[in-house]
Design a protein around this ligand. Structure first.
Ligand SMILES: Cc1ncc(COP(=O)(O)O)c(C=O)c1O
Length: 416
């Protein structure tokens, strides 16, 4: 189990002991260096045990049974919701809807708030930096409603162009959506400023927190976002767990997303009325164990302290940026300083295709991602087809950075 620490950064040796998968070695005896947490993080024993404990001791459907086991399952599920609310400083657990992932959270907003409020000729603003999950739902909404779409440009060093944002805000958009942290470039966007400026023209703001909530302290009240979407599986929680936070007055006025059991007040053959939030948006049997596992993940992260998680990743990123600059032919993308970025580093290595780079790194048991990272428009804007991406989390070490650099040097040797 994790021990409480009193230092500024993390005790990675103790943390690594909490993640059984990190003991994995390849046939050459090289331990796994996992640098793909931006796609999905690894899971600590506490989360794995929360899942198996639920199935062993508390498994029953929730909100329905009048027997003890169902009441226990319901209490654990609602406890997990309270942990989520606390973690992001939401004013109430009912403002936190359990969904499967960020993608579902954003689609929920587009299909409910969007269909209710967006009309032909209205403007929806997203950004060129967005993940497809924060682009395509707005495209679908625009197609259905006849709304217009516009996208905030990205500067040469991988930041949102806030002058262009201001230009678009002068057109008084109905909704502004953006990523707090870019999954391709690691850029930490000035979310509070963007929210403030968007609110000044009356827009509703959707923050994609998939890459920020797992890595930075999050305070939705300070941020003042109307909606915040994030994925549990990227924050040491189970696959299939995710959250949509929304301001209560907005959620309360929204129609349901899916219809079915659990989301109704009264059903007649021809019509129905809706349950209060959050149940209105959780039709059918939810992923109960996964939500409880997300609660365990939040307890794990909270015990470490998100300030320390951030500081650890900032330090690793700073060293990694310096070391990677020394690799011949390597071109870094995104902001140049660790202060402005989370632990995500995208790069090109000379003429070597990112898939070849990733395959060679895999041969050294270094797991990185290669491709467009679900950001095809951003790749086009940057003039690249794909990048290699290394992403850090709380269990990564300076030794992992060494292994990454050594494997890249090997790739250079193989190709030259
Ligand atoms: C910024 C960002 N938004 C959205 C998503 C989609 O997350 P999920 O696949 O969990 O829905 C991701 C996943 O990588 C992401 O990085």
């Amino acid at each position: 189990m994790l021990t409480q620490m009193n230092q500024r950064t993390l005790d990675t040796a103790a943390i690594r002991g909490d993640f059984p998968i990190l003991d994995d070695h390849n046939e050459r005896g090289q331990r796994l260096v996992f640098l793909d947490s931006a796609a999905s993080s690894q899971k600590p024993t506490a989360v794995i045990e929360a899942l198996s404990d639920f199935y062993r001791t508390s498994n029953a459907n929730i909100h329905r049974g009048v027997y003890g086991l169902s009441e226990r399952a319901t209490a654990l599920y609602e406890q997990a919701r309270a942990l989520v609310a606390d973690f992001i400083n939401a004013d109430s657990p009912s403002a936190c809807i359990f969904v499967r992932n960020t993608t579902e959270a954003i689609n929920l907003v587009a299909a409910t708030w969007g269909r209710r409020h967006v009309r032909a000729g209205d403007l929806i603003v997203a950004t060129v930096m967005d993940h497809h999950s924060n682009l395509v739902p707005w495209q679908l909404l625009a197609e259905e409603t006849g709304a217009d779409l516009a996208h905030v440009r990205v500067t040469g060093d991988g930041r949102l162009d806030l002058d262009h944002l201001d230009e678009l805000l002068r057109r008084e958009p109905k909704l502004v959506a953006f990523p707090h942290v870019s999954n391709s470039l690691g850029t930490i966007n000035d979310a509070a400023t963007i929210v403030r400026r968007a609110h000044a023209v009356g827009a509703i703001v959707v923050v994609d927190g998939a890459q920020s909530v797992p890595h930075l302290p999050t305070d939705v009240r300070a941020l003042d976002a109307d909606f915040l979407a994030f994925s549990g599986h990227k924050m040491v929680g189970p696959m299939g767990s995710g959250v949509l936070y929304g301001k209560r007055e907005l959620l309360e006025a929204m129609p349901p997303y899916m219809g079915g059991g659990g989301m109704i007040r009264r059903v007649e053959l021809g019509k129905a009325t809706w349950a209060d939030i959050p149940n209105r948006f959780e039709a059918g049997t939810p992923a109960v164990a996964d939500a409880i596992g997300l609660g365990a993940a939040i307890e794990y992260l909270s015990a470490l302290g998100m300030e320390r998680v951030r500081e650890h990743e900032r330090e690793l990123t700073e060293v990694a940026l310096d070391r990677l600059r020394e690799v011949p032919g390597l071109r870094l993308l995104g902001p140049t300083t660790a202060e402005d970025r989370a632990g995500v580093i995208s790069f090109e290595l000379g003429e070597i295709h990112p898939h070849d780079v990733a395959a060679i790194l895999d041969g050294e048991n270094v797991a990185v991602r290669a491709g467009h990272h679900c950001c095809q428009p951003l790749m086009r804007e940057l003039g690249v087809v794909a990048t290699t991406r290394a992403s850090f989390y709380l269990y990564n070490t300076l030794d992992d950075v060494d292994r990454l650099v050594a494997a890249l040097e090997k790739a250079n040797k193989i190709f030259h």
